[in-house]
Design a protein around this ligand. Structure first.
Ligand SMILES: Cc1cc2nc3c(=O)[nH]c(=O)nc-3n(C[C@H](O)[C@H](O)[C@H](O)COP(=O)(O)O)c2cc1C
Length: 211
């Protein structure tokens, strides 16, 4: 072993050390642009990078609200949310929608974005997004008394702009997704590498054997 290691025990009660380390380690993270509807009818949208697909059967996605944010509150109130995905061209507007506005103010209007009625749920989708997934709330799981709340939703319907598709699939080269790194840094799509997953016979054919 040639590397020298530093060790960290994540027991600081305020969690800032954990935040900076974990968001530097789990990179790059995709950005979900979550749109919801407040109880007073205000359309809300905010970016989340603690997000992933949890299951494809049933189709389930999630985002994590650090503390009880409006997106989580609205999703719980209405029972649904939209998971939008944007490309590089929407980076600036995405950042604008992370501004801490009053609850009755819409990030849509401040950022010049368009809320479009969804087909199956109350939350609006983002008109400018090439991809929007209408989700019905499945569960909110809070972890161990901290401030992490995972909001999981089942995907009911997906809207995909044809301009980001090749055949029946989303084409990452056309989508040009934005990735979050740590702090205020982002990355765009780098080189795309194709790697076939080997089976056991492939390893034998290559003359490999366990040490
Ligand atoms: C790229 C990006 C990713 C973010 N990811 C998260 C996240 O995963 N969880 C979170 O709670 N806040 C995250 N934020 C901050 C929220 O977007 C911000 O607090 C926003 O005001 C929340 O809006 P809301 O109160 O309308 O839900 C992120 C901000 C940016 C710019």
């Amino acid at each position: 072993m040639t590397d020298r290691y530093r060790t960290f025990d994540l027991d600081a009660p305020e969690g800032r050390e954990a935040y900076f380390l974990l968001t530097g380690i789990v990179v790059p993270r995709p950005i979900a642009w979550i749109s919801t509807l407040a109880a007073d009818g205000t359309a809300n949208i905010a970016p989340f990078s603690f997000t992933t697909v949890l299951s494809s059967n049933p189709p389930v996605v999630c985002f994590v609200s650090s503390g009880v944010k409006d997106s989580m509150r609205n999703a719980q109130h209405q029972g649904d949310f939209v998971y939008n995905v944007g490309g590089e061209d929407l980076l600036e507007s995405m950042n604008l929608t992370a501004a801490d506005l009053n609850r009755d103010e819409s990030e849509f209007s401040w950022a010049g974005l368009t809320p479009v009625p969804s087909d199956l749920i109350k939350s609006p989708r983002l008109g400018e997004a090439p991809i929007s997934m209408e989700c019905t709330l499945l569960d909110v799981i809070s972890f161990g008394g901290g401030d992490g709340n995972m909001v999981a939703g089942e995907v009911l319907r997906i809207h995909i702009a044809e301009r980001v598709m090749t055949g029946d699939r989303v084409d990452p080269e056309k989508l040009r997704p934005i990735c979050r790194l740590s702090g205020s840094t982002y990355a765009t799509l780098g080189e795309i590498i194709s790697l076939k997953r080997p089976n056991r016979q492939d390893l034998i054919d290559r003359g490999m054997q366990p040490e």
